[in-house]
Ligand binder design. Structure first.
Ligand code: XIL
Length: 311
């Protein structure tokens, strides 16, 4: 079959990790062949780029951007403001609100400026909501109050006038309390003139939970606000070990997400959170679950891949 990236004018992406990118030729080959966008799985997170205060390590992020450049791929930046994967100096630091605000502004300015021109879109804020639609407790909310969100978008825009700026979250694919809260926030930010261009739907699915019929209408209601929408971290885990029925259910979910995105004009990107079961965050995070990707550990196409790309 043709590569996935040739089946649509939308970006077809994958999360990538610098380790296998450096050491596994077959991983590089599949990534370069099938995808025209990449997202750093961890390498642009705060703990990766500034492990000690003021000491930056750009090596992993640079390797990914360089691979993308050489392979004609677009880059999604992930992520500027998050409650997780913060460096210890920040997580355990005792900063005043004023200091913390300066630290956040400096972080956003530094990383967005560094990759200006090489990154198409940034996940500016990641996972800011609880399941009930309230704002998630974090050092940002606690110390800076809810305005940290608007500030983050403004600082990112100052550093790069043309990069697309997104809010990103999980369990927002369907219409529910969390996606309602996201919708209300985006509407409010737009009304205030805050520079937000898009909404990312992580879409970490499991065959045992499925996907509701509200998925496509949900994408559509966000698009109607005048923003782009993107599938940013799709994977579909199964209870392991898998069998033919589970892989068929997985394939159907991948296909529904693909079809839903392609049916919405403003769905600009379909990105999976890793393309091979050889390297996936799922087994480590959800014990007893796994095999969540389009390709198996030997890089053979699974039923899910063939559902998207029957050839
Ligand atoms: C995950 C990575 O895949 C893991 O390697 C890491 O240990 C933890 O983070 N939502 C996100 C991603 O926005 O950044 C997360 O990535 C998965 C859930």
């Amino acid at each position: 079959p043709p590569p996935l990236k040739e089946l649509t004018d939308r970006y077809v992406g994958s999360a990538v990790a610098a380790g296998p990118l450096a050491s596994e030729a077959d991983y590089r080959a599949t990534l370069g062949r099938e995808f025209d966008s990449v997202t750093a799985e961890n390498e642009m997170k705060w703990s990766s780029v500034e492990p000690n205060r003021g000491q930056y390590n750009w090596s992993g992020a640079d390797q990914i951007v360089e691979f993308a450049d050489q392979n004609g791929q677009s880059v999604r930046g992930h992520t500027l403001v998050w409650h997780s994967q913060l460096p210890n100096w920040l997580q355990n630091g005792d900063f005043s609100a004023e200091e913390l605000r300066g630290i956040l502004q400096n972080h956003i300015t530094t990383i967005v400026t560094r990759y200006r021109g090489s990154i198409r879109a940034w996940d500016v804020v990641n996972e800011v909501f609880n399941e009930d639609g309230s704002l998630r407790d974090s050092i940002w909310l606690r110390q800076l109050g809810p305005d940290y969100i608007a500030d983050a978008f403004r600082w990112a825009r100052e550093a790069d006038p043309s990069v697309k700026l997104y809010i990103n979250d999980y369990n927002t694919e369907n219409i529910n309390a969390k996606s309602d809260a996201t919708y209300a926030l985006v509407q409010d930010l737009r009304a205030q003139g805050v520079p937000i261009d898009g909404v990312g739907f992580q879409t970490h699915l499991a065959t045992k939970y499925g996907l509701s019929d509200s998925f496509q209408p949900n994408l559509e209601r966000f698009a109607a606000l005048g923003v782009d929408v993107a599938i940013t971290e799709l994977d579909v885990r199964v209870d392991t070990p898998s069998d033919a029925a589970k892989l068929a259910a997985q394939a159907e979910l991948y296909k529904r997400v693909w079809d839903g995105c392609l049916a919405v004009d403003r769905c600009v990107e379909f990105t999976v959170w890793g393309f091979t079961d050889r390297h996936s965050w799922v087994p480590g995070t959800f014990p007893g679950e796994g095999e969540a990707c389009l390709f198996d550990a030997s890089l053979n196409a699974k039923p899910a891949y063939r559902a998207l790309n029957p050839g």
